[in-house]
Design a protein around this ligand. Structure first.
Ligand code: FES
Length: 76
């Protein structure tokens, strides 16, 4: 079952924490990559956060600023 949703995932990250965000939309563990992209030619966006903060990760897969939410989910 997919975990994608029509709103951002709100994530608290720590300084130095590394996250691999899914960009293919096939992950069953959205917004994170679970390896389902294999063979698609798409790779995850790997981010190492330089400081602790709250992140709004795209949940709908339509943001132009993926892996981050840009509010596109409110326009469909
Ligand atoms: S599962 Fe989507 S980019 Fe890896």
């Amino acid at each position: 079952m997919s975990t994608w949703q029509n709103e951002p995932f709100v994530i608290e990250v720590k300084e130095g924490e590394k996250k691999a965000f899914c960009l293919c939309g096939k992950s069953k563990n959205g917004p994170y990559c679970d390896g389902s992209h294999k063979g698609s030619g798409i790779t995850p966006e790997v981010v190492i956060f330089d400081k602790a903060r709250k992140v709004y990760a795209c949940g709908c897969g339509k943001s132009a600023k993926r892996p981050y939410c840009d509010g596109t989910h409110t326009k469909s």
